[in-house]
Design a protein around this ligand. Structure first.
Ligand SMILES: [Zn+2]
Length: 271
């Protein structure tokens, strides 16, 4: 396919070329899905650079560090059982399987392992999606963490915000991503060693993580979808949402009440 229009639109041919080389398929063409990846990668790369510059000049003034939106991906160690499961989950997606089927527990696998790899994967993907719009989600644009006029989310944790507290969307997102990162890196909750059992409250923690991740979708869809469309990444975001939705439904991991803000869209998108 011709690269020129994308280079023109995105403006940074060298970076684009570098990324395109990485994602070229064996027959030397770039697929539609690949293009979405280009847009997302390039956009996050630019945002990252912009933030880095801003941070350097503004380090002391910053109340909190937005660079942390771009966390290093939590990876599965090659050779481990969980890495194999992760690969398997990815492979079924790449094969273009029905997402509803792709989320089902493969026979002979432990449900907790299957759930754990998906939670980590969704965290990485949703974090990246928010990262691509985070420059547009500011104290000014989103002084309240909401999902339209009907839904407002308050943050609560065991540290600074012991009571549910109204925060701006960027503050809320930062706390949310930090909190999830701590959970999935906690060996007591997400053990990486084969044979180490999951804790008894594993599914409880997972439900909380997924409910909070769902709120990222709510905010992005309701308040920032124009930006997603401008970047041409709506198909990518929709696929991620569908995958997430089928997954939480399959294992009953989010209360119906929590899913309410996107109910109408979900009924059109997921069958
Ligand atoms: Zn926002």
């Amino acid at each position: 396919m011709a690269l020129a229009p994308y280079q023109k639109a995105l403006g940074e041919p060298d970076e684009l070329r570098e990324i395109l080389v990485k994602i070229r398929s064996p027959c030397n063409t770039v697929t539609g899905h690949g293009l979405v990846a280009v847009c997302l990668q390039l956009s996050s790369l630019r945002t990252w650079k912009r933030k880095k510059r801003r941070k350097m000049s503004n380090a002391l003034k910053q109340v909190f560090n937005k660079d942390r939106t771009f966390r290093p991906k939590r990876k599965f160690e090659p050779g481990t059982q969980r890495f194999e499961l992760h690969k398997r989950a990815q492979a079924s997606l790449n094969a273009g399987l029905d997402l509803k089927l792709a989320v089902q527990l493969p026979s002979g696998e432990e449900q907790n392992d299957w759930v754990a790899v998906h939670v980590v994967d969704f965290f990485n993907r949703i974090n990246l999606i928010y990262g691509t719009i985070s420059d547009y989600c500011t104290e000014q644009s989103c002084p309240i963490m909401s999902g339209g006029p009907k839904y407002e989310y308050r943050w609560q944790d065991e540290h600074k915000y012991r009571k549910p507290t109204a925060l701006s969307a960027p503050q809320y997102m930062n706390l949310l991503m930090d909190w999830i990162e701590v959970q999935i890196n906690n060996e007591d909750i997400f053990p990486t060693n084969v044979g180490t059992p999951f804790p008894k409250n594993f599914l409880q923690v997972v439900k909380k993580i997924l409910s909070r991740l769902f709120r990222v979708f709510v905010h992005v869809y309701i308040h920032h979808f124009d930006r997603i469309t401008q970047m041409g990444s709506e198909a990518h975001v929709n696929t991620c949402y569908k995958h997430f939705y089928y997954f939480v439904k399959e294992f009953n991991l989010i209360d119906t009440k929590e899913l309410e803000p996107l109910k109408e869209m979900t009924s059109r998108m997921c069958h």
